[in-house]
Design a protein around this ligand. Sequence first.
Ligand code: TYD
Length: 218
Amino acid sequence: MSRGRFIVVEGGEGVGKSTQVRRLRVFLEDGGVPVVVTREPGGTALGEGIRKLVLHGRGASVDPETELLLILAARAALVREVVGPALAAGTWVLSDRYDLSSLAYQGYGRGIGVSRVGRLNSFATGGLAADLCVVLDLPVEEGIARQGRAGKSRDRFESEGSAFLGRVRRGYVELARSRPGVVLVSAGGSPADVEGRIRREVALAFPDAFGTAGPGGR
Ligand code: TYD
C-alpha cells in the first residue's frame, strides 16, 4: 500500500483558512481520496486541552517559550497518534496548521527566531514534513476586517496588534519563498476564488493522485 499524502493549510488571522480546509476536504473526497482532517493546536485529546490553555487561558500571561513548548507538545502527540498512523495506512491527512505556524507566529511573531523554532519543530515532529503546504496570504488589515465582520470572540492571537500580525505575515512570505513544498496563495476575493487557486496547487502537486472525478470536477 502506498503512503498517504500530507497537506497543510496555513496563514495569518482572518484569511479564511478553516473554510478552505472544509472545501478542500470535499474536493479530495470527491476525487476518491481517503482523508483525515485535523487541526493545530489540537487533533488529540491532549492537544485539544493544550489548545484551550494556549488560546483562551484566562488571567495568567503565557511567555513565548512556554507558549511554544505547549504547542510543540500538542504537535508531538498529533504526529504520533494521528498523522503518522494515517499516512502509513495510505490515508491522506489534511491539517489546519502545522509546523510553519510555529515558525511564523513564534519564530517571527514572538521573536524566538526561525532556526531555534526549526530545531524544536524537528524534535516534535520526528522530521515528518508536509508534502504540500498552502499559505493563504492577505494584508493584515483585511484579515482583521474579515474577523470583525464574522463577529466571533477573539482568542489571544487574534487580539495581538497589527505589528505582531505583520511580522507573522512577513514570516509566512519569507518561508514560502525559501522552502520547497510551500506555496503562497492569495486569500483575496471570494471563498470560491480562493478555493479554485488552492485546487490548482493541489492538482499540480499531486498530478497522479485523483480518480476520474477530480481534479477537474464540479
Ligand atoms: P486557528 O485554529 O487558526 O484559530 P481560528 O480558527 O480561531 O483562526 O489557530 C489557533 C491559533 O494558534 C492561531 O492564532 C495561531 C496560533 N498558533 C501558533 O501561534 N503557533 C502554532 O504553532 C500553531 C499551530 C498555532
